[in-house]
Design a protein around this ligand. Structure first.
Ligand SMILES: Cc1cc2nc3c(=O)[nH]c(=O)nc-3n(C[C@H](O)[C@H](O)[C@H](O)COP(=O)(O)O)c2cc1C
Length: 217
């Protein structure tokens, strides 16, 4: 059995394309892996606070020296990092807002990117990620069509998330893009069909590790 951590970042509770296709992904996933557990964090319903001064002090203070104030300021970060580290698969659904991630998702990111927990630094290795052995799927929705070469330079969402997840140690990242949601009906229809195909292919490609392990015993 695997655990999937699903992070939903759209501010919309109705009509969100990124959530619609994350729902489709989840449905297909559970058809293939019925025993898997899905843990959902909806960042619009359950907003993550921005990191504040105590929180940052807590991030850079060894745990054994944490005062009650620092413990309390870093508690949410501890919880969110535990959720991430205990997941096998990360599914993020996110809109593009102003060419990048919504602030709701950035707030989650600021809580989980933490030295000594999800990345580290030493003189020999430099910076390295600690979130190992995971695969990520990112479902994005954008009003414009960034697969058009003349728009590609405006897309700071996919490259940012790819770099960030890679920094944490998650190199296996698959993007599913729903494009043209506010500007181009034809492109939207095309990208929706493509997304269905990509999700079907991606979910079927995943080996059921538990079953394979059982079979070899
Ligand atoms: C505040 C805001 C900013 C947006 N900025 C962009 C943008 O920079 N580029 C773009 O292509 N679409 C932009 N859009 C459109 C959304 O990406 C689009 O509506 C997308 O479908 C939203 O995701 P959702 O359907 O999952 O809610 C923006 C929408 C909002 C509400």
């Amino acid at each position: 059995m695997s655990r999937i951590l699903r992070i939903d970042a759209s501010s919309r509770s109705h009509g969100s394309f990124s959530m619609e296709f994350a729902d489709y992904f989840q449905k297909k996933w559970l058809e293939q892996h019925p025993d898997d557990e899905i843990v959902v964090r909806n960042l619009a319903k359950d907003a993550i606070p921005h990191i504040d001064e105590n929180c940052i002090t807590g991030f850079y203070t060894p745990k054994e020296q944490h005062t009650d104030a620092l413990k309390s300021a870093t508690r949410l970060s501890d919880t969110l990092i535990d959720e991430l580290l205990s997941a096998d698969v990360l599914l993020i659904s996110t809109p593009m807002y102003n060419f990048s991630v919504p602030s709701a998702l950035k707030a989650w990111i600021d809580q989980i990117v933490r030295i000594g927990h999800t990345f580290n630094f030493d003189a020999d290795k430099g910076l390295y990620g600690l979130v190992e052995g995971k695969r990520a799927y990112v479902v994005t929705a954008s009003g414009a069509v960034f697969s058009n070469p003349e728009m590609a330079a405006y897309n700071f969402l996919d490259p940012y998330l790819k770099t960030l997840l890679g920094f944490l140690g998650i190199g296996d990242v698959n993007f599913i893009s729903i494009e043209g949601t506010t500007t181009d009906e034809k492109a939207l229809e095309k990208s929706k069909q493509q997304a269905i195909k990509e999700i079907d292919d991606l979910v079927c490609q995943v080996p059921d590790e538990a079953r394979l392990a059982q079979a070899s015993n």
